[in-house]
Design a protein around this ligand. Structure first.
Ligand SMILES: O=C(O)c1ccc[n+]([C@@H]2O[C@H](COP(=O)([O-])O)[C@@H](O)[C@H]2O)c1
Ligand SMILES: Cc1cc2nc[nH]c2cc1C
Length: 338
């Protein structure tokens, strides 16, 4: 889908299908019949039921898992807010193509097909302390690219990102949409030193001051403070919902990117589970604001979809049990008596 106006995108964000409650109810019933004390597989049970709800299958399958990594460059990087130079974005895209990045290995381990979409890497967004990062047209092009990158028949999906400077953009988005200044939302990202951390906080605060007039509109905020890869992740998350594909959210940047969807529709992220909580401190805060409990807490802070890919292994564990275990009746095991 190509979005040509913010209003068109806003309408799509509010026109969302519900999950399949009949399939979820059947999955819940099946969980109760499997040879284990009820609830004893903990959140693996919830994962199986959630997959059933969004796939519309009482016994979900994981035959087609997709991960799309979006890459974008940021004008704000020129303010010394990252530990790495902006060239690393394109260099890492080449590394993805060559198969040498963490996400290549983790996607393979998860049995997921990986694709990478570069978004105008030669044209960084504007420095948001001076101008909107993107005009509406550039933002909508990124959202539309993300929407179009999602295969409609996936069983499970995740997005990842690569973009030097994007933890500053993500912090600015969180600050604008959830409140608190730069100090609440900035962290060390790729590993900036204390002076870098101060520059990040100042950049976020300057961006908030410059674009204060837009905070009432989550999409205008995403255009002014976000980035192309964040816009694309928003579009892809919206597409997944409209195709009813369950989705795992990755780290701080990926979660910040979908805040506008949560702001526009109360249940906008109902098809999502938080794969992990990143070591970037803002991630914990944004997950808590969204009421999401992460599946994993491994101290990861890489981005590029790696947390989501790792949690896909848990989805496989959940379905291995849900689809493959015997019921009490099948195994001739006596059920709970009291
Ligand atoms: O998503 C996260 O939790 C996360 C936390 C720290 C760093 N990153 C990755 O690091 C890059 C951004 O870091 P920085 O310091 O350049 O803003 C970008 O490519 C992200 O994928 C990602
Ligand atoms: C090397 C490197 C790899 C990354 N992957 C995601 N963000 C990244 C940032 C850097 C610097």
């Amino acid at each position: 889908m190509i979005f040509s106006t913010l209003d068109e995108l806003r309408a799509a964000c509010r026109d969302l299908p519900a999950g399949d409650e009949a399939a979820a109810a059947e999955a819940i019933a099946r969980q109760g019949q499997l040879t284990k004390p009820p609830g004893s597989l903990g959140r693996l049970e919830d994962l199986a039921i959630w997959l059933a709800r969004w796939q519309g299958r009482a016994i979900p399958r994981l035959d087609r898992i997709g991960i799309v990594v979006f890459a974008g460059n940021h004008g704000i990087a020129a303010r010394g807010v990252s530990a790495f130079p902006i060239e690393v974005t394109a260099q890492m895209v080449a590394n993805y193509a060559a198969g040498g990045a963490a996400i290549n290995r983790l996607a393979e381990a998860a049995g997921a097909a990986l694709s990478v979409v570069s978004l105008d890497l030669d044209v960084p967004t504007a420095d948001f302390t001076r101008a909107p990062a993107m005009d509406d047209a550039a933002f909508l092009a990124a959202v539309s690219a993300g929407y179009g990158a999602v295969a409609p028949d996936l069983d499970l999906f995740a997005v990842g990102e690569m973009g030097i400077g994007n933890t500053t953009a993500a912090a600015a988005l969180c600050a604008a949409l959830l409140g608190g200044g730069g100090s609440r939302w900035v962290g060390r990202g790729t590993g900036v030193d204390d002076a870098g951390l101060v520059r990040k906080r100042e950049a976020v605060d300057a961006g908030l001051a410059r674009h204060a007039g837009r905070v009432a509109d989550p999409l205008a905020v995403a255009a002014a403070l976000g980035g192309r890869e964040l816009g694309a992740m928003l579009g892809a998350t919206l597409a997944a919902r409209r195709h009813r594909i369950p989705m795992l959210l990755d780290g701080f940047v990926a979660t910040a990117a979908v805040l506008p969807l949560a702001r526009l529709a109360a249940d906008g992220l109902a098809h999502c589970r938080a794969a992990h909580v990143s070591a970037e401190p803002g991630h914990k805060a944004v997950l808590s604001a969204l009421g999401l409990t992460p599946l994993l807490d491994l101290g990861m802070r890489l981005g590029e979809g790696t947390g989501a890919a790792t949690a896909m292994l848990l989805a496989r564990a959940a379905i291995a049990c849900h689809a493959g275990m015997a019921t009490f009746a099948e195994a001739g095991v006596a059920e709970k008596t009291v």
